[in-house]
Design a protein. Structure first.
Length: 252
């Protein structure tokens, strides 16, 4: 089986090297080329075939939007994952208009990137913007967790992010955080229920020490007396999922 050929366009040299190192031993994906600005990236897109393009938005010379505009003008159709730390809603909307498949906020987990690449390339061609609902919800969850001050490198961050997504899509889980959600997360991440519970509790403690208090009040003020105590794991996950569900339906 031929490997999925990926072109990575990003001015962050360290990130490119780290991604290349991650996929070095992969049997299915290879970073076959890289570019460090939009001009160089577009030249490579025009000269050679790639299965997937990883595209940063903010770069020197020409940015990621320039690359997307030029690809649209030249009728170049490729699978594209935008990877950026810039998460303004209007930019996400503009990027989606160019037919981007996924929008991943930095910092991201390399295993998540791997899953997105495999998902795109293993699915039958169904047009662009596959799984747009899932993608938008993941962006919203990631944005809130960043604003709440939870570092993406701690384990509790992953567990909360996935937990919020599961509760968002399965409201019946609200009453079964301990009996249903924890075991599912433990199974997914090959760990124990008690470690999932402790890691989530630790992430909430970190958030309470470094997060945006105005946002805390906005999200948790109606469900928890935040002046007296931080929310429990269940309250934290369920409240964020409820907020996203309300916001999502308002947009729709």
């Amino acid at each position: 089986m031929n490997k999925i050929r990926v072109l990575m366009i990003d001015d962050n040299v360290q990130l490119i090297e780290a991604v290349k190192e991650y996929f070095k031993s992969s049997n299915s994906i290879e970073i076959s080329s890289e570019a460090y600005d939009g001009v160089e990236g577009l030249e490579k897109i025009e000269k050679e075939e790639y299965d997937v393009i990883l595209l940063d938005l903010i770069m020197p010379k020409k940015d990621g939007l320039y690359v997307l505009e030029q690809m649209k003008q030249k009728n170049i159709d490729r699978k594209i994952i935008v990877t950026t730390s810039y998460n303004a809603t209007e930019v996400i909307r503009e990027v989606s208009d160019y037919g981007v498949n996924y929008y991943m906020l930095k910092p991201f987990e390399f295993n998540d990137l791997e899953k997105r690449i495999l998902d795109m390339c293993n699915k039958k061609k169904e047009g662009k913007n596959i799984d747009l609902h899932y993608n938008n919800i993941q962006i919203s969850i990631t944005k809130i967790l960043h604003e709440l001050g939870i570092p993406s490198h701690i384990k509790g961050y992953q567990y909360i992010r996935d937990g919020v997504g599961l509760v968002f899509d399965n409201p019946e889980m609200i009453g079964g955080i301990t009996k249903e959600l924890y075991p599912e997360l433990a199974s997914k991440f090959d760990t124990t229920v008690s470690r999932v519970e402790r890691a989530i509790r630790h992430a909430i403690e970190v958030s309470w020490n470094r997060g945006d208090w105005d946002l805390m009040e906005e999200i948790f003020g109606n469900s928890v007396d935040i002046d007296k105590a931080k929310p429990t794991n269940s309250e934290f996950i369920v409240t964020i999922a409820d907020k996203l569900r309300l916001d999502y339906h308002k947009v729709r």
